[in-house]
Ligand binder design. Structure first.
Ligand SMILES: Cc1cc2nc3c(=O)[nH]c(=O)nc-3n(C[C@H](O)[C@H](O)[C@H](O)COP(=O)(O)O)c2cc1C
Length: 212
């Protein structure tokens, strides 16, 4: 065990509160507002999200990914369809993502099911990536064991330093999360935080405030 509790930080941004009376009734627009505020505060990569998946029998796993697109159609990230997360998603498409923007003392939780993005969108995004990233996606079978790092790096170097086009491999692509629940959390003094939850009921969002 560590010898003392970590230093205590107060959440004292009381000038930024989130209540039923001041949130956007559309959670995607509320997310966009906070995302843009985080982006313009210049804290770097506002699109880092934690992605939780689980096996059908309920064993969870968690990792960071980058949110590349979001809007009314859903929240999109890209990965390798042979990775551990993808295997879990293919057997249980229900996932959760989390944005944590510590300097604004905010977190957003989003839950729902994912499906693969269409090939056209995947290829559009893939082709916008730097050559080394495209080569890495082609060479890697993400989350499989690495037999020889040296051999892997040789293959990567050969592909990335060549002149041939690097097409999007069939095992690489996006997932689109279609949210059924959002929770926006704003830190407040004394741990009396603000929490607003949106639940999708039929075609509309039902809002409620949660105790801290
Ligand atoms: C900030 C950050 C961003 C990342 N973004 C991605 C991403 O967009 N896609 C991805 O497949 N892995 C990304 N990774 C790597 C994943 O966290 C993870 O190591 C990888 O996807 C394998 O996860 P899995 O074995 O659970 O499938 C990122 C890691 C970090 C720390």
């Amino acid at each position: 065990m560590n010898e003392s509790y970590p230093p205590r930080q107060d959440y004292n941004f009381a000038d930024s509160s989130i209540r039923l009376g001041n949130v956007n009734p559309d959670p995607v627009e509320q997310f966009r507002q906070w995302y843009l505020e985080e982006e313009s505060a210049g804290h770097g990569e506002p699109n880092r999200i934690a992605l939780a998946t689980s096996t059908p029998d309920g064993i969870p796993s968690l990792r960071m990914v980058l949110l590349k697109l979001f809007g009314a159609e859903g929240f999109i990230f890209f990965t390798d369809y042979t990775s551990r997360k993808s295997k879990e998603i293919e057997s249980n498409p229900c996932v959760a993502i989390l944005s944590h923007w510590p300097r604004l003392q905010r977190q957003v939780r989003i839950e729902g099911a994912v499906e693969r993005t269409d090939r056209k969108l995947t290829e559009e995004y893939f082709n916008s990536r730097p050559r080394l990233s495209r080569a890495a996606a082609s060479v890697s079978r993400q989350s499989s064991s690495m037999d020889s790092r040296e051999e892997f790096e040789n293959q990567l170097h050969e592909l990335s330093s060549g002149v041939n086009e690097i097409d999007c491999p069939p095992n690489w692509g996006g997932y689109c999360l279609r949210p059924v629940r959002f929770e926006f959390w704003q830190g407040q003094p004394g741990r009396v935080h603000d929490r607003v939850q949106y639940d999708l009921i039929g075609d509309s969002w039902s809002l409620s405030e949660l105790q801290p």
